[in-house]
Design a protein around this ligand. Structure first.
Ligand SMILES: Nc1nc2c(ncn2[C@@H]2O[C@H](COP(=O)(O)OP(=O)(O)OP(=O)(O)O)[C@@H](O)[C@H]2O)c(=O)[nH]1
Length: 375
């Protein structure tokens, strides 16, 4: 009864994880983290099953023991597998294959080769500890998981400690049964370990989900090409700046609309990818010329916006002149021919109570009166 229910549970868990992994794939790259979480959930479930059987005085039989033992090593397999799937990194693939080979050999000798119980336990847990240790070393050397790295190392450290402890208990007191040989403390450890791993798997999924939400939220506020705020991000940062300005005594704020001059000609003459480089370079110049407290965004195409904090109109004009001179001296880097990006500006003082749209429209009006005169 217990093995059937647990097997069904594990199968549905695996199905759920594979479906979820597919969904994640379509949004992001492959997620080693998800595979890892799945590994620990499976590990916890398999352990739970074995513990429940042991509590009822039953043993799982050689086939189920073999399957359970494979599942016990699932986390160590699934991490490099996930890394390989995401990055196609050769090292992860070799890593994965070596782990599978070591584990299959050890499982075979554990399950099907005769020997006393204690030495088989020492063998399987010794190998488990070695795999965990090597996996920790690989994570530290190649931090390829974007989400929950520290939790991943914690999980494998627990796995390492558990395997080492069990192996040591049997080295110091060889016996015929896990519970007899282990003593009370280790019996408690054996019974708590599965729950700890189920919990770890769930926590990990939670942390990963929070990290993913954070990343999505960052992506939704930033322009992909330049890394500046996009329109949505700029509006949120603008609201924050207005709130802050109400609490702090400042000279006021100025909104600057920026439009590149004859940018279409760069695209037409040199191609879209050089155009993209010019946009990225201009964004870099803009961002590094402004103060940290200023809010800089790309509204779309070749249109940018700056919210200058604690600034008067005359100061803003001086800044824009300095910035224009910097643009004139700074060609797009890495090209064999010089391309300079120039821009026109329109300004408007930010007044409390006037919506952002209207302030932008006023700055835009100023920009387009400035543009023909400059070109
Ligand atoms: N490379 C690249 N080009 C873009 C991108 N977004 C918009 N553009 C191009 O930017 C150009 C903007 O053209 P216009 O609005 O006429 O601006 P302009 O040529 O600078 O003209 P003026 O503003 O009058 O000086 C168009 O050719 C768009 O195709 C982008 O992300 N990358």
């Amino acid at each position: 009864m217990v093995p059937t229910v647990m097997a069904l549970f594990m199968a549905s868990l695996l199905f759920f994880v594979s479906r979820t992994a597919k969904k994640f794939d379509s949004i992001f790259d492959e997620q080693p983290a998800l595979w890892w979480a799945a590994g620990f959930l499976l590990l916890g479930c398999a352990w739970l099953q074995a513990s429940l059987l042991a509590i009822n005085g039953q043993t799982p039989g050689p086939l189920l023991t073999f399957i359970n033992n494979i599942i016990y090593s699932a986390p160590t397999f699934l991490w490099p597998y996930g890394v390989w799937k995401r990055n196609r990194m050769g090292f992860a693939w070799h890593w994965f294959l070596s782990l599978v080979a070591i584990q299959v050999i050890s499982l075979f000798s554990y399950t099907f080769v005769d020997g006393d119980y204690a030495s088989r336990i020492i063998l399987i847990h010794g190998i488990g500890a070695l795999m965990a240790l090597l996996t920790i070393a690989a994570i530290v050397r190649y931090p390829q998981t974007r989400y929950g790295d520290r939790l991943l190392i914690l999980g494998f450290s627990l796995y390492l400690a558990y395997n080492l402890l069990t192996a040591l208990v049997f080295v110091s007191n060889p016996s015929n049964s896990l519970f007899d040989g282990a003593g009370q403390a280790a019996e408690l450890l054996t019974r708590l370990a599965p729950l700890a791993y189920v919990l770890l798997g769930v926590c990990f999924l939670g942390v990963m989900l929070l990290d993913v939400i954070q990343e999505l939220s960052d992506k939704s506020r930033h322009d992909y090409l330049t890394g500046l705020y996009n329109r949505f991000g700029f509006e949120l940062a603008y609201e924050d700046a207005l709130d802050k300005a109400e609490r702090i005594d400042t000279k006021g704020m100025v909104l600057v609309m920026v439009d590149l001059d004859k940018f279409k000609a760069i695209n037409d003459k040199h191609g879209h990818s050089i155009g993209d480089r010019a946009l990225t370079w201009f964004s870099h110049l803009l961002k590094t010329s402004c103060r940290k407290s200023d809010v800089v965004g790309r509204l779309g195409g070749d249109e940018f916006v700056i919210l200058m904090w604690d600034c008067e109109l005359t100061q803003c004009q001086e800044f824009l002149q300095r910035f224009s001179r910097r643009c004139e001296r700074s060609p797009v880097p890495g090209l064999s021919f010089p391309i300079f990006v120039r821009a026109s500006f329109g300004t408007c003082r930010v007044t409390k109570g006037i919506p952002l749209d209207e302030t932008i429209a006023l700055a835009d009006k100023d920009l387009y009166t400035a543009k023909p005169a400059e070109q």
